[in-house]
Design a protein around this ligand. Structure first.
Ligand SMILES: Nc1nc2c(ncn2[C@@H]2O[C@H](COP(=O)(O)OP(=O)(O)OP(=O)(O)O)[C@@H](O)[C@H]2O)c(=O)[nH]1
Length: 320
């Protein structure tokens, strides 16, 4: 049985999540999509914006935010969707979850990575975070959850750039500094090449690809935010035991601060690449393809987290 791809739409209140979802539902041609829409204190208003998509199954969750009500409502809905699909009462081959604007994606991601049934039947393919170009500076300053939404993202979409009166390059730099793993694009009214979404594969153990920026990044640094990302690169091979214990030490010491990390490792006496990735303490690694004779083996890991000591990390990896 093939597993069902899942995409998570996040972003602060009013960032453009529903607008993007509408665009996807209107323009997709290949998939039968089920939607879980989490509303917080909106009554039925929000769902009305999607009501014209008659053939798409939309479940609205209204008992609070799915990231903080112990995921019970989300789990129940996922069970129900699977049951209906198995009984052929419902036909869908792709699931999109629109979170509330105040949701921390971390606990929702965990549901898909740790639950036996859900991790088997669903494949979390990507976290897509909408950034409100007009209000992001204020939101970053006042709402920590916005930082988490950016830190967990595989794709950062800047909405409302049509309303911008300032040069967006410093915003791009800031976002890139917070999450070097995510590609960043600007969209207007949700208008996007859907392949950018469908091609996401943020949680699989494939070698990390370099993010594609659709903007020029300048050298401006912004230190006001706590979520930052950095990349560690090294050309000497690691001893497998040494790198394993360093990773364990990092996971234990920085368990409250790590959001995501993903990398490819060059291991001594192994011809294959070691691929690793993790979300908080949920850590996965597997042997990938062999290094080709034309390749220069190297290790590269991107860490995204809250106030992670970059220099300490770099030092620890270089010293091994
Ligand atoms: N000018 C402009 N307006 C936009 C754009 N994207 C979204 N909007 C408008 O911004 C408002 C909020 O958009 P929504 O899609 O409802 O935002 P949301 O993230 O779903 O909002 P919540 O459900 O409150 O979290 C709406 O009035 C949209 O029409 C854009 O790119 N440009």
């Amino acid at each position: 049985m093939s597993s069902i791809p899942v995409f998570l739409l996040t972003g602060f209140l009013g960032a453009g999540k529903t607008t993007l979802l509408n665009y996807i539902l209107h323009h997709q041609t290949m998939n039968k999509i089920a939607v879980i829409k989490n509303e917080y204190g909106n009554g039925n208003t929000d769902a009305q914006f999607l009501s014209h998509h008659g053939d798409i199954h939309i479940t609205t969750l209204k008992n609070g935010c799915i990231c903080c009500n112990s995921n019970a409502e989300l789990s129940f809905t996922l069970f129900e969707l699977l049951e209906q699909k198995d009984k052929k009462l419902l036909d869908f081959d792709l699931l999109i979850i629109e979170c509330t604007g105040i949701a921390d994606p971390g606990p929702i991601i965990k549901v898909f990575l740790t639950h036996d049934l859900f991790s088997e039947r669903f494949t979390l393919r990507g976290v897509i975070t909408l950034i409100d170009a007009v209000n992001i500076a204020y939101q970053l300053k006042h709402f920590n959850v916005v930082q988490a939404q950016i830190g967990y993202a595989d794709l950062l979409l800047i909405s409302k750039s049509d309303l911008l009166s300032y040069d967006a390059s410093s915003l791009l730099t800031q976002l890139h500094n917070m999450n070097q793993k995510a590609a960043i694009y600007s969209i207007i009214h949700g208008n996007i090449d859907l392949n950018l979404i469908y091609n996401l594969d943020g949680f699989s153990l494939t070698p990390p690809s370099k993010p594609t920026l659709s903007f020029k990044i300048d050298d401006h640094e912004d230190h006001k935010v706590d979520v930052r990302s950095f990349t560690i690169t090294r050309y000497d091979p690691f001893e497998i035991n040494a790198i394993s214990s360093l990773m364990e030490r990092i996971l234990t010491t920085f368990n409250q601060q790590l959001l995501r990390y993903k990398g490819i490792l060059y291991i001594k006496n192994h011809s294959e690449k070691l691929l690793l990735q993790g979300v908080q303490q949920i850590y996965n690694s597997t042997w990938g393809q062999e290094w080709k004779s034309t390749e220069t083996p190297y290790s590269e890991i991107v860490f995204i987290g809250i106030q992670l000591p970059e220099e300490e990390f770099k030092c620890a990896f270089q010293k091994l």
